[in-house]
Design a protein around this ligand. Structure first.
Ligand code: HH2
Length: 295
């Protein structure tokens, strides 16, 4: 596919994307997708792989989220359950206790708040409490999830994974990882549209690290433009992940440079949204690219 000619004044004019003029509708917010957006992650958990325990307290999580907005986050993503490889599922009651008070403190802010959950009942409660997006690593496959999101105005991120977090890294296997992930995301987007979720509310995500070897992850990153060719905005979540540790030999707390590099590559490959922990560093890198790209 060829890149359309640049328009004067359009930032990121060599961005490979079929949705340059597009918007993402997230509840009362409409986000323009004319540059890569930054989703800032706040995990309200004791055990998330990179920030577990740091923001388990509600007030600290809210302060962290506000700091990420000051650093340039376009969307916040609040999670109450770690889905890192080997993680144990969290009971609804506990996930609710972690997420809803933080959402309450942020929902009236200047940026949309996404809730990272695969639990339909929590989706329902989060939407009622002002969540503008549901980020579901299960791609709304659980009973009722499609119906619950369709009944709202919120956006949704449909993510691919192979297997379940507890065992997904045991033996990931694909014949053609890019084709299989793309086909799955196309199917889930079609199911969401059939359930009444407008196209402009849907984001797709190949799910880096979710039932994928290092080689699978690299192949997906190399070919992100093929996934973006579905015409839906693509979200890429590479921040601080194990694949970056494998490639650099660095611990989680030392993966900021690798994370920024990965986010930049994802954006150049057509990601509409990058999901990151280090917002300021990512924003600076994307700004440099944007300045070079704008003509
Ligand atoms: N990655 C994680 C969690 N949620 N959601 C989407 N859409 N895409 C991702 O790549 C993704 C995600 C894992 O990262 P993190 O939230 O930092 O860790 P944990 O699951 O341990 O809380």
């Amino acid at each position: 596919m060829t890149t359309p000619p640049p328009r004067s004044g359009t930032p990121y004019s060599f961005l490979f994307t079929p949705h340059r003029e597009a918007v993402l509708r997230c509840g009362r917010y409409t986000l323009r997708l004319n540059r890569p957006l930054i989703m800032g992650v706040v995990n309200v958990t004791p055990d998330s792989f990179s920030d577990g325990g740091h923001y388990a307290d509600c007030q600290r999580a809210i302060e962290r989220a506000r700091a990420l907005v000051d650093e340039g986050a376009d969307i916040l993503d609040i999670g109450g359950e770690s889905t890192r490889p080997g993680a144990q599922p969290v009971a609804l009651e506990e996930e609710r206790r972690r997420v809803l008070p933080v959402l309450d403190g942020l929902a009236s802010g200047s940026v949309p708040v996404s809730v990272d959950t695969r639990t339909p009942q929590l989706m329902l409660e989060a939407l009622a409490a002002g969540a503008s997006m549901i980020n579901d690593i299960n791609a709304l496959e659980a009973d009722d999830a499609l119906r619950i999101v369709a009944a709202s105005e919120a956006a949704v991120c449909l993510m691919h994974k192979q297997g379940e977090p507890q065992t997904m890294q045991d033996h990931p296997a694909y014949d053609d990882v890019v084709e299989e992930v793309s086909a799955y995301l196309r199917d889930r987007a079609a199911a969401a549209i059939a359930a009444g979720i407008a196209r402009e509310r849907i984001v797709i995500d190949p799910g880096f690290g979710f039932g994928k070897t290092l080689e699978h992850n690299l192949e997906l990153l190399r070919s992100l433009d093929r996934i973006a060719a579905a015409g839906l905005p693509v979200l890429a979540g590479l921040s601080r992940k194990g694949m970056l540790g494998r490639l650099t030999g660095r611990e989680v707390s030392e993966r900021i440079y690798a994370s920024v590099a990965a986010a930049l590559i994802a954006a150049q490959k057509g990601a509409a949204i990058v999901r990151v922990h280090d917002v300021a560093a990512t924003r600076d890198a994307l700004r440099i690219w944007g300045a070079v790209a704008a003509r």
